[in-house]
Design a protein around this ligand. Structure first.
Ligand SMILES: [Zn+2]
Ligand SMILES: [Zn+2]
Length: 267
């Protein structure tokens, strides 16, 4: 599999995942030109994408989908619980929607959606595998629950949100108190420290690469997220770049391209 985040954060999210035979995007909250440029860098023709998988209905995850789906005839997959909202909000022919309430396959990818705590109508993370090569994408999550852990443990690669630093969040002047409370709740977003504790568990399950995602533009920085998480992990004898690689999903720039190969295809 080849995996690459194209954009991450409240200004728009999009992650690309491909296997030998299948190409999917998770969410698209970016302008059409942005996504086309990023796909072009990956040498991916947009009309070769088999599906856009939606995590939830917040605009930073769906606002680019109508144009992209219409321009290249790309089917859209989402949970049945948000079907009405999406049909209402996206300007896309109804036939383009595929609503799910359990696992499904697209080509040679097995897609396992699972519920996460977030203050949308309904929100899922995705565990995606080609045979025994597994990637999980978990952004927009108020709480790293046991059931999330049980679902994604031992994934080779995890895109996990490190949304905010509590001090920066509380001192940011342009957020009203209710919004700070929402972000900081069990149905909002993960702080750097909560993310670090989740990574600690994942590393013990066998995960070796975590991409810090959905980093807030206002109440976090990439450097602060990495340094907070690295020092927590070091205090638990988990050494970044030795026991686990930490990478970054950027706001306006595609991230690193990663490859994971199923055992049967390694020579
Ligand atoms: Zn959200
Ligand atoms: Zn979001």
């Amino acid at each position: 599999m080849r995996i690459c985040n194209l954009a991450s954060g409240s200004s728009g999210n999009c992650t690309y995942i491909e296997s030998e035979k299948t190409r999917v995007l998770i969410d698209d909250g970016k302008p059409l030109d942005y996504v086309l440029n990023a796909l072009n860098e990956l040498k991916v023709a947009p009309d070769s994408i088999n599906a856009i998988l939606i995590t939830h209905e917040h605009s930073d995850h769906i606002k680019g989908i109508s144009k992209l789906s219409r321009a290249f005839n790309i089917p859209i997959y989402a949970h049945t619980y948000i079907s009405e909202i999406l049909i209402h909000q996206l300007q896309v022919d109804k036939n383009m929607f595929n609503f799910f309430d359990s696992d499904f396959d697209i080509g040679d990818l097995h897609i396992q959606p699972f519920p996460v705590q977030h203050d949308s109508k309904y929100c899922v993370g995705y565990r995606i595998n080609e045979e025994d090569a597994v990637v999980s994408v978990v952004t927009d999550i108020g709480c790293f629950t046991d059931s999330v852990y049980e679902t994604i443990k031992s994934s080779a690669v995890v895109y996990l949100e490190a949304n905010y630093d509590p001090e920066m969040l509380m001192s940011y002047p342009n957020y009203p108190p209710f919004l700070k409370k929402r972000i900081n709740s069990d149905h909002g977003h993960l702080s750097n420290l909560s993310c670090a504790k989740a990574i600690e568990k994942l590393v013990h399950s066998g995960t070796r690469l975590v991409v810090l995602s959905h980093i807030s533009e206002h109440s976090n920085t990439e450097n602060l997220a990495v340094s907070t998480i690295a020092s927590y992990l070091e205090s638990k004898n988990i050494i970044p770049n030795v026991n686990v690689k930490l990478d970054i999903a950027h706001h306006e720039q595609r991230g690193t391209i990663f490859r994971i190969t199923p055992t049967s295809k390694k020579n």
